[in-house]
Write a protein that binds this ligand. Structure first.
Ligand SMILES: [Zn+2]
Length: 509
């Protein structure tokens, strides 16, 4: 998830082959063709949920993705390997219809071997992680400069520094992250802070880590273009020490951020499909992003849900459950760069958006599913609750009407497609957000398996119910919704509003 936040805090801102072979050896037809013309299988929802909570290879897949491929920023070789791996996993699950869709990302950013050191009044190493889409230190060289304490990074705090900030490294202090609103606050601060930092003429910005101790994470600072000044997250304890030292006199730091900003690159989404038995042209899509940042191995964000999407396809296929509508399983890339993969998917499939009867995404790690974000669509509450009621053991659930701009539902929302995001407990996700610690061990396996059961039951209900869950909204209806919830203000801050109004984002209806 790429949280953004506006003033209202609206937000915010991823082997059954042997059983198939056994069936064939026994003279039975493969599962899909066996049910392709049949009526709905009895107890499908319970069977799907039971299988997902049993011993599927979902967590083995996650371990392979995290440990063997590792962190996989879009544009990296690791991300390409992850795409090929996912394609192979869908095929191994027996899904005949699997493909990739290429799209272009206008600019890329790759982190380097960041280094920093306090030079005076005493020498000690400082841990830093450059911020995605910030500039490298100039000339591929390290930068040596005086440190100024820019407090909370507000425009007022920079104004108070006056001329002393010119050419200095600005140190910005951050509250410790305790809840998701702290996470949203960290993103909400950026636009004003970097504007003020540039006006003040600082040479670089060091943002105190909101995580404890020396834990570092990637904190993207721009989603359209790049920030012209170097910026990095600095370990919480090192920032605190520097701040105390600045109270006593001059503090000098050497900073080396050799990140690389590159031109346009090609990226790929992965798509797998189980064709519906009665209305194959109508699609229920479940998506999760496959890409991640690179300090950790992208387990909670969002490898676990990418592995879940693969496992869901495997489970439908293994049980031979073919709903009325087509199920499309999509692993997006480019999410961490500003939901670029899902944006590209919507533009590519603009002509068939009306046939996308619902889009569901999971992007909060292995946190318990509490319900679903309805993204402003009260008319989705009943069909979602009806679908989930098919297996009462999984609930209770409580849905939220809140609109989310920060993950892969967003361009579907702009296109008027009924879209849902799992409303998950932030517990396992927050302490590892984009961090070095976002590794396999961070994932709560049993909760992840239960989430897969919830997703399977929801997908079944949405794809089987003869009635569409809700109609597609027109452009005018979407615009009204964005104004009413003040999401328009957030979109303006993040440069999304003009793109949408110009028809460059979402698909008009
Ligand atoms: Zn994510």
């Amino acid at each position: 998830m790429v949280p953004n936040s506006n003033v209202q805090k609206i937000l915010l801102s991823t082997v059954l082959l042997s059983s198939l072979v056994l069936l064939l050896h026994a003279g039975a037809k493969p599962p899909q063709s066996a049910v392709a013309t049949a009526a709905a299988p009895a107890n499908a929802a319970e069977s799907l949920a039971a299988r997902e909570q049993g011993p599927t290879p979902m967590l083995d897949d996650l371990r392979e993705l995290c440990d063997t491929i590792g962190g996989r920023p879009t544009g990296s070789k690791a991300c390409d390997r992850a795409v090929d791996w996912a394609l192979a996993r869908f095929s191994a699950a027996g899904i005949e219809s699997t493909w990739t869709e290429a799209y272009t990302i206008p600019s890329s950013w790759v982190g380097g071997a960041d280094q920093a050191e306090c030079l005076s009044p005493s020498r000690f190493p400082i841990r830093v992680a450059s911020a995605p889409f910030s500039a490298p230190t100039p000339g591929g060289q390290s930068l040596e400069a005086r440190v100024v304490n820019a407090g909370d990074g507000s425009p007022e705090a920079f104004a108070r520094l006056g001329e002393s900030a010119r050419g200095a490294i600005a140190l910005v202090l951050t509250p410790e992250m305790k809840s998701e609103s702290d996470l949203f606050g960290e993103y909400g601060r950026d636009a004003g802070m970097f504007d003020a930092a540039q006006k003040a003429g600082v040479a670089a910005v060091l943002m105190q880590s909101s995580q404890h101790g020396v834990l570092l994470y990637r904190h993207p600072v721009a989603f359209s273009g790049t920030l012209p000044i170097p910026a990095a997250i600095i370990a919480r304890v090192h920032a605190a020490r520097l701040a105390r030292l600045t109270e006593q006199g001059d503090v000098h730091v050497r900073l080396d951020l050799p990140s690389r900003v590159g031109g346009a690159i090609e990226a790929r989404n992965v798509v797998a499909e189980i064709r519906g038995r009665e209305r194959p042209q109508e699609i229920v899509l479940i998506g999760a992003h496959l890409d991640s940042w690179d300090l950790g191995t992208g387990a909670e964000d969002n490898g676990v849900n990418a592995a879940m999407v693969i496992d869901l396809a495997r489970t439908f296929k293994a049980l031979g459950v073919v709903p009325r509508r087509t199920l499309r399983f999509v692993l997006f890339t480019g999410e961490e760069q500003g939901m670029l993969g899902s944006e590209a998917y919507v533009l590519r499939h603009a002509g068939e958006m009306t046939n996308h009867v619902a889009m569901v995404t999971f992007d909060t790690g292995s946190g318990h599913t509490l319900g679903f974000y309805l993204n402003g669509r009260e008319d989705l509450r009943r069909p979602v609750d009806q679908a989930l009621a098919a297996d009462p053991d999984l609930g209770p659930f409580e849905d939220s009407l809140e609109l989310i701009d920060g993950t892969d539902n967003f361009d579907f929302l702009l296109s008027g497609v009924p879209n849902l995001i799992a409303r998950q407990d932030f517990g396992p996700y927050l302490p590892n957000y984009h961090a070095e610690s976002d590794v396999y061990e961070a994932v709560n396996g049993p909760e992840a398996k239960k989430n897969a059961a919830v997703a399977a039951v929801l997908l079944w209900g949405l794809a089987e119910n003869p009635k569409r869950p809700a109609p597609r909204q027109s452009h005018a209806e979407v615009e009204k919704l964005l104004h009413a919830t003040r999401l328009d203000e957030q979109m303006k801050t993040f440069g999304q509003w003009d793109e949408w109004m110009a028809g460059k984002r979402g698909a008009s209806n």
